[in-house]
Structures are given as structure tokens and as C-alpha cells.
Design a protein around this ligand. Structure first.
Ligand code: ADP
Length: 467
């Protein structure tokens, strides 16, 4: 294990390193990279403590995990408050749901400062630091204040909003300025990159040429690095135990019925209400499908301490009940709705058993479920993906049936088309989609990002005055 040149990953939560739960997109991508060089993973422990608590370090699979607890006050202000109640809706273009409080922004800054204080002490010369997501925008600026000169990259997992939307956030200037303490910023899609460059030109008086972006007397590199999944691993999940057992069980429950599947965190960005509505329209327009089709929606509750999420959940319960109330028969319930997280191998089996995958967010950074659905299919008899044009994944997965989720009729028509699609057409689309998944899998994502970070001209870190 090399003692220099470590990868240091920083994310809000430090995830589990082993086991099924570790197989989420971000965790897989990071854990492999961290293992390669005996890296360090730094972030919140996921726990709240009464006092500040000290830094905890442990080893897992050759990776050092360094975690901090949050106080209840910081959890409320930083995580529930500024991150989930302000930045998340903003990044997903939902300024109607954005709630801004100065004291929450202060808590956000306080937590980032605390993270930087602890992290700065752990860094060694030659380390590369890779910071993840909107929770930690000010982290590099705080590290630079502590004379950290190592390369620091930032990857935004959410969309980057247009300048008109971003400008509604009070103090947005200071957040954008803070980004310029990074050497490299990565976005999910070219569209996000372009919106960032536009914002720099229009709101910050800066310039953006190719990947070089200049503002506030500073310069950074920016690029699109679409995240992917471990395609072969996910395919294996669907075709080996226990995934294949779940597949067989599901098939025997379905008894020849066609299943549409949706798998999403229960979040207003995922388009679940309109999806239910579109499914209702589909049933209304296709009486022959009655008794022959079900929609399985798996949607574990998330962020339930926030009002926006609680009221959204109530609306969704009502919408699912409305469709069932209208169409169900004593021997057929059209919508099956589970508020639970499932093991990933079970999910793989369920995807495989589903004729149609429905992924219709109103706005999404990338969307890994779309990719998992494709990877879990049987190439000889694959299902069809219906995908929102507003998921980052739609930029890459061109052979899906792309829909505008604001158009219920169009989504319902795509559900019909997907269910009726001939096998040759399904195979053709699936093959093309698998090629695209393989070309941009999770290992390419991290290789490309880390290579770009290494290519930032040496000796300028933290001192990147514009030329
Ligand atoms: P987001 O990061 O916004 O939740 P993504 O689609 O990019 O959306 O990633 C979601 C991840 O969480 C996927 O890997 C998916 O398999 C997983 N996931 C979503 N719903 C469930 C569930 N009910 N049970 C287990 N895993 C889930």
C-alpha cells in the first residue's frame, strides 16, 4: 500500500464498505477506487450526539473510514435544513418548495468548517481529495484557508439549475465563489455543465472556454462525467441466487400478468404522482389491459421529518388509492405500492420479472434505477424502459422510450407501446442500451474524473489566479 498519492473521498455520509447495502452507485464507484490505494473516506457518521464528539477512525477492507457525529442542532440546520429543505429543491428546479433560513445557512457553513478542520489534519502530501455533492460546496474553500494545497475535485450528483433559478437563493454568490477553491468540478451531463458556464458568464462576469472556467480572479476546470453502474455485477444479481429466486417467485405471483415497475426514493422530484396519473390514463384508454397489468411501485420513505415530504406522501397514497378504487376488481389490484427499501439482489430479480421499467422523474441528476432496470433484463427477452427526458440518464440512454412526464397522455401512450413492443425491437433497443451502459460504467466515471483531476496543472492548487 502506497503511503503517498492516496485517494481521499469526502461525502456527507460515509457508507458501508461491505455487504449488499454498499452496492449503491456512489458506494461501488468509490469503494473500488479507495481499495486500490488504501484510501481514506471522510464524512458524517450518520449519528447525532449531544456534544461535538471526536473524529472516529476505523479500517474496513483496507480503507480508512474517518467519521464525525453531528449535534442535533447541526443535523437540523445543516442536513434537514439547508441541504434537504433548501439546496435539494433548488437543484431540482423546485423553488416553490425551497425554504431558506439564514441560521440554516450558518449551520451549513459551520459543519463544512468543522469537516475541514478535522480533514486538514489527516491529509498527506500527494493526496487527491474528491468531494461529493451539494452538502459540501464550501469544503475546499475551508481547506484552502487551512493551507491545504493538494488537488481537490468536486462532483455534483444533482442537476445544476439555470441561472434564473439559482439566483433566487439568497447568498448564492458566496456558494458559487466557494466552488472556485476546487481544481476540478464534475457534472452529470453536458447540459449541467453548460448551465454552470452560463451562470458564470451571466451572473459572475466570468469566462468559460472549453473546460477552463474563470471568475473571481480564479480559474478551475469543469467537465461532464456521467456516473454509471457496475453493469455486469447488477446483471449477475438478477441471474444468480437470491435474485433469480425472487424473479421466479414474482413470476409465479404474476401468473402471466405483465408488470410495470417503478423504484424510487419517496421524493417529489421522482414524478410519482404524475406516474400514477399516467397509469390511470393508460388503464382508462386500454380496457383490454384490465386484469392483465399491474404497476409495482417500490418507494421507501425518505426525509420524513420534512413537511414537504410528509404531504407529498399523503398525496401519493391518495393517488394510488384513487387508481385502485377506480379500476380494481375482486381478483385484481392494479397498483401495488410498497414503502420499503429492498435488498439490491431482490430488486434485481423484480426488475427482471417486469415487462416495463417506469422511470419518470420531473428532474434528476442521472438516475441509476434506469440503468439497473436495463442491466437486469434477460437479453433474449428483455423488457422496455420508459424514461423521462428530464433524467440525466436520458442524455445517454437514447434507445429507451423517452417521455415528457408533464404530458400524462404521452406517458400513458409510452406504457402501451412498451407493453406491446415486438421482441425483435425490444432486443435491438436492449442491446444498444447495454452497449451504452458498458461504455459509461461506474469505473469509467471514476477513472475519467480522477485522470482529469491529476491533469490539473501542477503547483497551482489553491493559488489558481486567472491568467
Ligand atoms: P437518488 O440518488 O436520487 O435516490 P438514483 O436512481 O440515482 O436516485 O439512485 C437510487 C439508488 O437507490 C439506486 O441504486 C436504487 O437501486 C436504490 N433504491 C431506490 N429505491 C430502493 C428501494 N426501494 N430499495 C432498495 N434500493 C433502492
Amino acid at each position: 500500500m502506497s503511503r503517498t498519492g492516496r485517494l481521499v473521498a469526502v461525502s456527507n455520509r460515509v457508507g458501508p464498505v461491505r455487504g449488499a447495502a454498499a452496492a449503491g452507485g456512489l458506494a461501488v464507484g468509490l469503494v473500488d477506487a479507495l481499495r486500490e490505494r488504501g484510501g481514506l473516506w471522510f464524512g458524517w457518521s450518520g449519528r447525532t450526539a449531544s456534544g461535538r464528539g471526536s473524529l472516529r477512525q476505523e479500517m474496513a477492507d483496507g480503507i480508512t473510514l474517518a467519521t464525525l457525529d453531528l449535534t442535533q442542532q447541526d443535523f437540523d440546520g445543516y442536513y434537514s435544513g439547508f441541504c434537504n429543505n433548501c439546496l435539494w429543491p433548488l437543484m431540482h428546479f423546485r423553488i416553490d418548495l425551497m425554504r431558506f433560513e439564514h441560521r440554516q445557512l450558518e449551520a451549513y457553513r459551520r459543519v463544512n468548517t468543522r469537516f475541514a478542520q478535522s480533514l486538514a489534519r489527516l491529509l498527506r502530501a500527494g493526496d487527491r481529495v474528491w468531494v461529493h455533492d451539494y452538502h459540501l460546496i464550501p469544503l475546499a474553500e475551508e481547506l484552502r484557508r487551512r493551507r491545504v494545497r493538494q488537488r481537490i475535485g468536486f462532483f455534483l450528483h444533482t442537476p445544476f439549475p439555470p441561472t434564473e433559478i439559482l439566483s433566487t437563493l439568497p447568498e448564492h454568490e458566496s456558494l458559487i465563489r466557494a466552488l472556485f477553491a476546487y481544481d476540478l468540478i464534475g457534472f452529470q451531463t453536458e447540459e449541467d455543465l453548460v448551465r454552470f458556464q452560463e451562470h458564470i458568464r451571466r451572473a459572475c462576469g466570468g469566462t468559460a472556454k472549453g473546460g477552463v472556467v474563470t471568475a473571481f480572479g480564479r480559474e478551475l476546470r469543469a467537465g461532464a462525467f456521467p456516473i454509471g453502474i457496475d453493469v455486469d455485477q447488477f446483471h449477475r444479481y438478477a441471474f444468480t441466487a437470491p435474485g433469480n429466486r425472487e424473479f421466479a417467485r414474482m413470476q409465479s405471483v404474476l401468473r402471466g400478468r405483465d408488470q410495470f415497475i417503478g423504484v424510487d426514493r419517496l421524493d417529489y422530484s421522482k414524478g410519482l404522482l404524475r406516474r400514477m396519473d399516467a397509469f390511470g390514463r393508460y388503464l382508462e384508454g386500454h380496457p383490454k389491459a384490465h386484469g392483465k397489468v399491474i404497476l409495482l411501485q417500490v418507494a421507501p420513505v425518505s426525509r420524513s421529518d420534512l413537511i414537504a415530504y410528509r404531504s407529498f406522501r399523503q398525496e401519493l397514497d391518495r393517488e394510488a388509492a384513487r387508481v385502485n378504487g377506480r379500476f380494481a376488481r375482486f381478483d385484481w389490484t392494479p397498483v401495488h405500492y410498497l414503502n420499503r427499501a429492498l435488498p439490491r439482489r431482490t430488486l434485481a430479480g423484480l426488475y427482471r420479472a417486469s415487462r416495463v421499467g417506469i422511470v419518470t422523474p420531473m428532474r434528476d441528476g442521472m438516475n441509476l434505477v434506469a440503468m439497473e432496470y436495463v442491466a437486469a433484463q434477460d437479453p433474449a427477452d428483455p423488457g422496455v424502459l420508459v424514461l423521462s427526458r428530464f433524467a440525466g440518464a436520458a442524455q445517454y440512454l437514447r434507445e429507451a422510450l423517452i417521455v415528457n412526464p408533464y404530458d400524462g397522455e404521452e406517458t400513458a401512450a409510452a406504457m402501451h407501446l412498451a407493453r406491446e413492443m415486438r421482441i425483435q425491437e425490444r432486443r435491438r433497443r436492449h442491446e444498444a442500451l447495454m452497449r451504452r451502459l458498458r461504455a459509461r460504467d461506474v469505473s469509467r466515471w471514476r477513472r475519467d474524473f480522477l485522470a482529469a483531476l491529476s491533469e490539473v496543472p501542477a503547483g497551482r492548487q489553491g493559488l489558481r489566479k486567472a491568467r
